[in-house]
Design a protein around this ligand. Sequence first.
Ligand SMILES: O=C(O)CCC(=O)C(=O)O
Length: 278
Amino acid sequence: MPAITIPQLSEYRQDGYVIVRQMFDQTEIQLLQRAAKLDRELEERSYSRQDAEGGSVRLSLWNHPGDSLYGMFARCQRIVGSMEHILLGEVYHYHSKMILKDAKVGGTWEWHQDYGYWYQNGLLFPLLSSVMIAVDPARKDNGCLQVLKGSHLMGRINHGGTGGQAGADPEKVAEVEKRLDLVYCELEPGDVVFFDCNLLHRSDRNYSDQPRWTMICCYNAARNDPYKDSHHPRYTPLQKVDDDQIMAVGLKRFSDDDSQIDWNSPLKDQSVESLANS
Ligand SMILES: O=C(O)CCC(=O)C(=O)O
């Protein structure tokens, strides 16, 4: 799968987002799914942000992509090449996160623009974009991403605190909801959504018994280097990798796979019984 196509790019410019189906094939996405679900550090480093209804969303966030499988997704030609088309030039990794929206308990994301969160970080221009990679299926009933199509064209609107999150000005959101289409971005594992940093987006609580984990990688244009330090990086050159590094690093990660060694269990262990019967 190459980077984003010209028609997809036009859709992104017009709507503020574009869904690309199966940007990652099933083998690649299963490696990511397996790595994430087994990753104790991801679990231990996760933290929660309260929503306005008393629920909370859990996420783990890291600033530099690194050399792990997560890094291969964030640095691969397919994604970074797409971001270079979207942001019209060199980009760097602003941060990545895993959104751990767990079955039954995963909370709501309030309406917001990412630039509403990031504007304070010395970023003068809204030259940032994110890609959400579906790790689990994302459906209406497990709290998939919702977007207001075309809302990026409003520019940045004010944000204030709602729960532990930054929420977009509710008066503006209520008005724009009357004028723009609300789209539920339902995704299969391996599908991705590229979205503009000024696109209004949210998601519902996960009331289903299926988790909805997604990895989101965020990029800033190199020419939009923040003028001050913040908790996310200033311009740091991004070392792109070939797309095949996802498979290479993923398979290496699991080369010590012990799934074939046939663990014993008390139920299977018949040695005492067989002694007694001998
Ligand atoms: O996971 C979601 O539904 C949205 C996450 C999000 O909006 C964010 O991390 O800024």
